[in-house]
Design a protein around this ligand. Structure first.
Ligand SMILES: Cc1cc2nc3c(=O)[nH]c(=O)nc-3n(C[C@H](O)[C@H](O)[C@H](O)COP(=O)(O)OP(=O)(O)OC[C@H]3O[C@@H](n4cnc5c(N)ncnc54)[C@H](O)[C@@H]3O)c2cc1C
Length: 478
C-alpha cells in the first residue's frame, strides 16, 4: 500500500510516457536498495524521464501534490541518499535514460553531458578528442555524472585536479518548484553574483535535480609513471609524498595508501591478483606521476624519488610499471580493496578527511582507540593519502557474529569521528551525508552552519518534497 493517490501516480506515468516508468515490484527492487544493502526502502513507482522537460513535469506534479521524490543516478553512493525510506510514500526519479553527450568542444576544453551519462562514458568521450576528464573513481563503470556532481565525488585524481566540484563550469537544474534553471555556461570567468551551481553540487539531490552539466576537460598526459612502493608505516608514506611532490615539480597525480591486511584481503578474494613483492611488507603506496612531456623526464623523477626514499629509510622496496598492463594490474590491487572486504564479514565504514600532515597520527590514534574497545578487530585504513582522506574500515574479528559487530556501528564510528574532529577533520570526505550521517553531522558542524543549510533547504523546497530526510533534517518528521 502506498499513501500516494492513484490519480497522482497516473499523472506521473503520463508525464514520462509508456516506456518511462516501472511499477512492477520485482523490477523496482534494485532501485530501492543501497549498494551495501544497508538501507532497503520501498517505492510504488520509478520514473525514467528522457528529457529535461519531462523531469520538470514530474517535479511540478510532485510539488503540486506534495509527493516526495528521490533522484537517483547509478545508485552506487554509500550513505543511503539515493534510495527512498521504508514508508513506500516516495517515488524514485532515475536519470539513467538522460544519457546523451550533448556537445564536446576541444578548443574550449569543455564537454556537455546529460546527468545520466555513466562516468566511464564521459571519460571515453573526452579521450575520443584527445582530452582528459579528470574524475576517476572505482565505481566509474556504473555511477553517473548527475550522481557524481550531487555527491561532489572525489577519487584518485583529486590531488592534481580537485573534486567533482572543480570539474564543472555550468549546470542545468530542475528546481523543486518545477522551473528549469539553464546555467549551462562554458565560461572560465563569470563574476556575476552568487555561484549558484556550487549550491547544487554536493547537495545530494535535496535542492534540485541536475539534468546536465558543462564539464572541464584537460590535456591528456603524454606520459604516466606508476610505482607500487613498500613503506614501513604511514609516517614514512607521508614523507614519501612530500619527496615525490618536490622531486617531480608537482606532477604527482595519485598517492594511495594500502595496509598489509587490505592487500591480503584483495589477494585472497580477487581472482587474477598477485603480490608485486616477494617479501611481505607492512604498508604500500601506489604512486602515480603524470605530465605533458613524453621525453622520459618523468621516469627519471620517479626513480630519483624512490632512490632518495631508499636512502632515507622511508622506502623498503618498489616496483615500477614498465607497461600500461603492469600499471593497470597495480591499480587493480588498489581498486579491489573495497569489494575485497565483503567476504571477510561485517565492515564498518568511515570516510574521513584530516589535514594531510595529520593523516598518520589519525591512523595511529583511531586504530588504537578501536582496538581498545573491540578485541580482535581488524583495521583496514586505506585510500587517498595525498588528500588526507582515509577510508577507515574496521573489519569484524574472525569468528564474531556479523550482526553483533555491525550493531556496534554507532559506538565505533563515534570514537573514530571524535578523533577526526579533534584533528580538525571532516566525518565525510567524499561520500556525503545522505541518511547515514545526517544527524551525526550536527555534533561536528557549528550550529550556525546547520541553520544556514536548513534555511537554504526551506527556501528552495518549502514543501520538503525533494529527497526529504537526507543531508539535513527539516523541522518536520523527515
Ligand atoms: C566500489 C565503489 C567505489 C567508490 N569509490 C569512490 C571514490 O573513490 N570516491 C567517491 O567520491 N565516491 C566513491 N564511491 C561512491 C559513489 O560511487 C559516488 O558517490 C558517486 O558519485 C555516486 O554516483 P551515482 O550516480 O551512483 O549516484 P547515486 O548513488 O545514484 O546518488 C547519489 C546522491 O545523489 C543524488 N542524485 C543522483 N543523481 C542526481 C541528479 N541528477 N540530480 C540531483 N541529485 C542526484 C541522489 O539522490 C543521492 O543523494 C564508490 C562507490 C563504490 C560502490
Amino acid at each position: 500500500m502506498t499513501a500516494i493517490p492513484a490519480e497522482v501516480i497516473a499523472r506521473l506515468k503520463t508525464a514520462v510516457g509508456t516506456r518511462g516508468f516501472i511499477e512492477d515490484p520485482a523490477e523496482i527492487a534494485p532501485y530501492v536498495v543501497e549498494w551495501r544493502g544497508l538501507y532497503r526502502g520501498n517505492s510504488p513507482l520509478v520514473v525514467r524521464p528522457t528529457s529535461t522537460a519531462e523531469v520538470a513535469a514530474v517535479m511540478a506534479i510532485c510539488q503540486e501534490t506534495g509527493t516526495r521524490l528521490v533522484p537517483q543516478g547509478g545508485n552506487t553512493s554509500l550513505v543511503g541518499g539515493s534510495v527512498p525510506f521504508e514508508a513506500n510514500d516516495e517515488i524514485v526519479i532515475s536519470l539513467s535514460r538522460m544519457n546523451r553527450i550533448r556537445s564536446i568542444d576541444p578548443m574550449d576544453d569543455t564537454l556537455t553531458a546529460e546527468a545520466g551519462c555513466v562516468l566511464a562514458q564521459v571519460q571515453e568521450a573526452a579521450a575520443g578528442v584527445d582530452r582528459l576528464f579528470a574524475l576517476r573513481i572505482a565505481s566509474e563503470g556504473s555511477c553517473q555524472i548527475g550522481g557524481n556532481l550531487s555527491t561532489n565525488a572525489g577519487g584518485t585524481n583529486v590531488l592534481r585536479y580537485g573534486n567533482a566540484r572543480d570539474q564543472v563550469l555550468g549546470l542545468e537544474v530542475v528546481l523543486p518548484d518545477g522551473r528549469i534553471w539553464d546555467g549551462l555556461r562554458a565560461l572560465r570567468k563569470d563574476n556575476t553574483g552568487y555561484d549558484l551551481k556550487q549550491l547544487f553540487i554536493g547537495a545530494e539531490g535535496t535542492l534540485g535535480i541536475i539534468t546536465a552539466a558543462v564539464l572541464k576537460l584537460h590535456p591528456r598526459p603524454a606520459s604516466v609513471e606508476t610505482a607500487f612502493v613498500a613503506v614501513p608505516d604511514p609516517h614514512a608514506a607521508l614523507k614519501l609524498l612530500d619527496l615525490a611532490k618536490r622531486r617531480s615539480g608537482g606532477q604527482v597525480t595519485a598517492c594511495e595508501l594500502m595496509p598489509r591486511l587490505g592487500l591480503d584481503y584483495v589477494l585472497r578474494h580477487t581472482p587474477g591478483t598477485r603480490d608485486p613483492f616477494a617479501e611481505r611488507h607492512p604498508w604500500m603506496v601506489l604512486l602515480e606521476f603524470a605530465s605533458g612531456d613524453g621525453g622520459g623526464a618523468l621516469r627519471t623523477a620517479l626513480e630519483a624519488t624512490l632512490e632518495d626514499g631508499l636512502t632515507d629509510g622511508i622506502v623498503l622496496d618498489a616496483v615500477v610499471a614498465d607497461t600500461m598492463e603492469q600499471a593497470k594490474a597495480l591499480w587493480f590491487l588498489r581498486e579491489s580493496m573495497s569489494e575485497a572486504q565483503k567476504p571477510e564479514g561485517g565492515s564498518i565504514k568511515c570516510d574521513i578527511a584530516v589535514p594531510i600532515s595529520r593523516t598518520p597520527d589519525f591512523i595511529d590514534r583511531a586504530s588504537r582507540a578501536v582496538e581498545a574497545i573491540c578485541d580482535g578487530v581488524r583495521i583496514i585504513a586505506f585510500g587517498h593519502l595525498g588528500d588526507g582522506n582515509i577510508h577507515f574500515n574496521p573489519s569484524q574479528p574472525v569468528g564474531m557474529d556479523k550482526q553483533a559487530f555491525l550493531d556496534r556501528w554507532e559506538e565505533i564510528t563515534g570514537v573514530i569521528h571524535a578523533i577526526t574532529h579533534e584533528l580538525g577533520g571532516s566525518i565525510s570526505a567524499e561520500h556525503g551525508l545522505g541518511r547515514l550521517k545526517r544527524d551525526e553531522i550536527t555534533h561536528y558542524k557549528p550550529a550556525v552552519e546547520i541553520d544556514l543549510m536548513r534555511t537554504l533547504k526551506r527556501t528552495l523546497d518549502p514543501g520538503n518534497v525533494l529527497n526529504p530526510g537526507k543531508v539535513v533534517a527539516a523541522q518536520t518528521a523527515r
